[in-house]
Design a protein around this ligand. Structure first.
Ligand code: URA
Length: 241
């Protein structure tokens, strides 16, 4: 059982603003615990299973945040974007305040599964190439995919800026112009460059799996959801030691 914390500390830890602002939220009667307004920012509250209500919205307490997000096209995975709005603009404000970061980036035009967290160790584990975590992409191409191209992707291709070959760990043809490909590295524009290296092209790119975690079918574009212990243990099992 976690140690009870003051309400002000709890709100601050969840990203509701500065300590001062969090106290003011409580003094303004804008915070409820179990449906009851709490008037004292110093009141100590048990955090296990805690659901706060802040300014009329329920908020689950999570010491560290781990979320799955379905990225829509035309958003950048960066806080300081250049040409398109940021994926962070689609998330609740407290996530941005508490410093959530994407676990590896997707290109602005790629859609699908993004993990986002404020746990630095988790982000490192999930992104370091040493851990060999498979990422599955569904790819649509303008030219039909040939057997030769699939064999070439599996055997390995050399990308122009790097003599080390990079290969797909699995390729499955889903249609004449559709392919599911698993890679374990995360080089810059890797899938697009691999397809170009075998003489085809990526028209649409959509990520569906990271390790053993599959994007839930009912998670719509632009939606996010918390990852719970079952999801996190699937991800932990994907990490090679
Ligand atoms: N490979 C790419 O080329 N783009 C992505 O967004 C992800 C993997």
């Amino acid at each position: 059982m976690a140690k009870p914390l003051s309400l002000e500390k709890i709100l601050f830890s969840q990203g509701f603003g500065t300590r001062r602002y969090c106290s003011d939220l409580v003094y303004a009667d804008l915070v409820k615990i179990n449906g009851v307004v709490c008037e004292d920012p110093e009141e100590r509250i048990a955090t296990d299973g805690l659901i706060l209500n802040v300014e009329g919205k329920d908020w689950e307490f999570h010491e560290k945040a781990y979320i799955a997000f379905h990225k829509p096209p035309n958003y950048e995975c960066s806080h300081k974007t250049t040409h398109h709005p940021s994926v962070y603009s689609l998330l609740p404000r407290p996530f941005v305040e508490r410093g959530l970061q994407c676990v590896g980036r997707l290109d602005y035009d790629t859609t699908g599964l993004l993990l986002i967290s404020d746990d630095g160790q988790f982000i490192h584990q999930m992104t370091t190439p040493k851990k060999n975590i498979g990422k599955v992409y569904k790819i649509t191409t303008p030219e039909p995919i040939t057997q030769k191209q699939m064999e070439h992707l599996l055997k390995g291709v050399v990308l122009d800026d790097d003599p080390r070959p990079c290969s797909a760990v699995a390729c499955e043809q889903l249609g004449e112009n559709k392919l599911a490909m698993t890679i374990v590295e995360g080089r810059y524009h890797q899938v697009k460059r691999m397809l170009a290296a075998v003489g085809n092209h990526v028209e649409q790119l959509h990520r569906v799996e990271i390790g053993r975690y599959v994007m839930p079918a009912d998670l719509q574009e632009g939606e996010w959801r918390w990852l719970y212990p079952d999801d996190l243990s699937k991800l932990a099992k994907s990490v090679e030691n």
